[in-house]
Design a protein around this ligand. Structure first.
Ligand SMILES: NC(=O)c1ccc[n+]([C@@H]2O[C@H](COP(=O)([O-])OP(=O)(O)OC[C@H]3O[C@@H](n4cnc5c(N)ncnc54)[C@H](OP(=O)(O)O)[C@@H]3O)[C@@H](O)[C@H]2O)c1
Length: 362
């Protein structure tokens, strides 16, 4: 059995470690990918510092970009992917699929081909966030996203206000672009003022500063008929949910990215999380608030087969969506880069960008 390097948690709030794990040969419908770039996301912090859904030592990461080095029999026969293809994907379910390792072994449906002209660094910012945005809009907010989109498609409620709280977050940027592509013309966003021009380019119609003491008043004025669909890309009890609970009226649907952050991780403090979004604040009667769990996106069979292999690369190739800006995290070794990225997340330095780093020493 061959082995390769992987980045793992070691204990609650402890430094990360690099260990050797088995390289699993691909089964008939799988491929083996040499992972060149990975993305670090807040989930790494939730797991390392908060112990969320983690058994130490756990390989971290769920977004990869790299090159196919071996294909299973069926993948090859059907011509789905071949050795040498540049691929990217959201892969997370078991150790052999986790992102932060030199090789992942995954079903072909977790991968798309990286479009020409897109670097692996850019590509790796997309999968987890794009899949989350799409899944949340359809499953939790009940917004139809027909695929392929008919040329003359215009949603009947395309002038209705939709609030994306945390528009500059990784998920917020893709959600905004997807909604705009499907014809929604009243996308209201909250973000730091410096990101407003970028969000308007992506399709937001009105942007407000979430730190302003007037933000609730501004949102009420921006949507006098009320806001029936609200996407909370932050899930922070004090930073987003308490405010949203004041905006959401009877009949509104609210999707909140889990976990609910009751207290942020800091260098000196444990984070605190909650999972039941109905319990953490008082909602007006008739508000349907849901916690988002992207890990269930494959329950929908169409999305399982089409979202990553087809929809994600097609929209990028057409230029309908563009990848997030990224910050390349430096470090002498793979472990240093992984640890530096985690420390950046803990210091809350991420603003309108994805954290990307080179997995391989080669
Ligand atoms: N449950 C799921 O399926 C799922 C999937 C994906 C992500 N998530 C969770 O969603 C959360 C966000 O993830 P991410 O990767 O998108 O984060 P991210 O991109 O790292 O978030 C950074 C952004 O959050 C914005 N922000 C921070 N506090 C804010 C607030 N109070 N109001 C509005 N914006 C705020 C910042 O905006 P400015 O720079 O403009 O200040 C910054 O651009 C994480 O907790 C993650 O674990 C859950």
């Amino acid at each position: 059995m061959a082995y390769h390097s992987a980045i793992v948690t070691t204990a609650l709030r402890a430094p990360l470690a690099l260990i050797q794990v088995p390289t699993v040969p691909p089964a008939a419908e799988e491929v083996l990918v040499w992972v060149e770039f990975v993305a670090s996301t807040p989930l790494d912090l939730h797991q390392n510092d908060g112990g969320l859904l983690v058994t130490h030592p756990q390989v971290l990461g769920d977004s990869v970009a790299g090159t196919v080095v071996q294909t299973g029999e069926e993948v090859e026969k059907k011509g789905i992917l071949k050795v040498g293809d540049r691929v990217f994907g959201f892969t997370w379910r078991e150790q052999k699929e986790k992102g932060m390792q030199e090789f992942v072994t995954v079903g072909w449906w977790h991968l798309g081909k990286v479009p020409e002209g897109l670097s692996l660094q850019e590509a790796v910012t997309v999968p987890n966030n794009f899949v989350t945005a799409w899944h949340t809009l359809v499953t939790d907010l009940a917004i139809e996203l027909p695929w392929p989109k008919p040329d003359d498609y215009v949603p009947s409620d395309n002038q209705a206000s939709i609030l994306v709280w945390g528009g500059s977050s990784s998920v917020g940027q893709y959600a905004t672009q997807i909604l705009h592509y499907y014809g929604y013309r009243n996308i209201i966003s909250t973000a730091s003022v410096k990101h407003h021009p970028m969000l308007q380019e992506l399709g937001a119609s009105k942007c407000f500063d979430y730190r302003s003491p007037h933000v609730l008043q501004q949102l009420f004025e921006a949507a006098p008929k009320g806001i029936k669909k609200i996407l909370d890309c932050i899930g922070s009890l004090d930073g987003s949910i308490k405010a949203i609970a004041q905006i959401a009226e009877r009949g509104a649907r609210v999707a909140i990215l889990l976990p609910v952050i009751v207290r942020d991780a800091t260098e000196t403090q444990h984070p605190e999380y909650a999972m039941d979004v109905m319990e953490v604040v008082e909602w007006e009667d008739g508000v349907d608030a849901r916690g988002v769990r992207t890990h269930f996106y494959m329950d929908n069979v169409f999305r399982k087969w089409h979202l990553q292999p087809e929809i994600m690369p097609t929209l990028l190739e057409e230029g309908t969506i563009r990848p997030n800006r990224y910050r390349l995290v430096e470090g002498e070794t793979t472990l240093e880069r992984a640890q530096n990225a985690l420390d950046i997340l803990r210091r809350k330095e991420v603003s309108g960008e994805g954290l990307v780093w080179k997995m391989t020493e080669a």
